[in-house]
Design a binder for this molecule. Sequence first.
Ligand SMILES: C[S@@+](CC[C@H](N)C(=O)[O-])C[C@H]1O[C@@H](n2cnc3c(N)ncnc32)[C@H](O)[C@@H]1O
Length: 206
Amino acid sequence: MSESTTSEQFWESRYAGASPLSSGKPGTVLVRFAEHLKPGRALELGCARGDDAVWLATRGWNVVAVDVSHQVLGYAADNARRHAVAEKITFEQHDLSQTFPDGEYNLVTASFLESPVEFGRSSVLKTAAGRVKSGGLLLITSHGSAASWSDHRPSPFPTPDEACADLRLNADAWQPLFVGNIERLARGPNGETGNILDTVIALHRL
Ligand SMILES: C[S@@+](CC[C@H](N)C(=O)[O-])C[C@H]1O[C@@H](n2cnc3c(N)ncnc32)[C@H](O)[C@@H]1O
C-alpha cells in the first residue's frame, strides 16, 4: 500500500475480490448492549456487509449505515433486501474523515471501525459521540488483542480506559455503562479458532 492510498481505494480493492456473502450474524457486543433497547434511530459506522444494520432493522430500528466502499454497500443492500428490511435502512457512502451523515440518533455504533489507512479515527468517533441524542447509547467496539492468524497488531493495544479517554468527552454528559474488555471465541479465515479480546465502550448520554 502506498502512502497516498485513500481509504476508499484500499477498501474497494479489499472488497473487490471478496465474497458478497456475510456470516448473517450480528456482532455479539451489539446484541449484548442493544437487544433490550427500545428501537429508534440508529447510526452504524463501517457497516461492511450490513449484518449489524440488518439485525437492528429486523428489531424495528431505522438505520443509517455507512461505509467508505461502494462495493460493500451494494452487498449490504442485497443483504437488507434478502431480509426484507431494505426500507428500514439507508445506506450512505462516506469517507468519514471527509464527510459525516446528518442527524441525531438513539444509538450510534461502530464495530471494528479500524483501517490500515489513517483516517483520523479519534476525531471521527468524537463526531459520532456528538450525534447521540440525550438518553441514547454510544457503542464502540475495537480489537483488544490479536488473533494468532491476524496481521492487526498495534503495540500495545490501548487499554479500555485509554480508548475511552481518547474520545475526550465531557464526563458530566455521559454515564459509562461498560468500559472494558470482553473475551470471545473467534474463528479465522481457515477455520482456526482462538480467544480474543474486544475492547468495548458503552456510554449512555445524559
Ligand atoms: C474491519 S471492517 C469492520 C466491519 C464491521 N463493522 C464488523 O464489525 O465486522 C472496517 C469497515 O470500516 C470501513 N471503513 C474503513 N475506513 C473507513 C472510512 N474512512 N470511512 C468509512 N468507512 C470506513 C471499511 O470499508 C470496512 O467495511
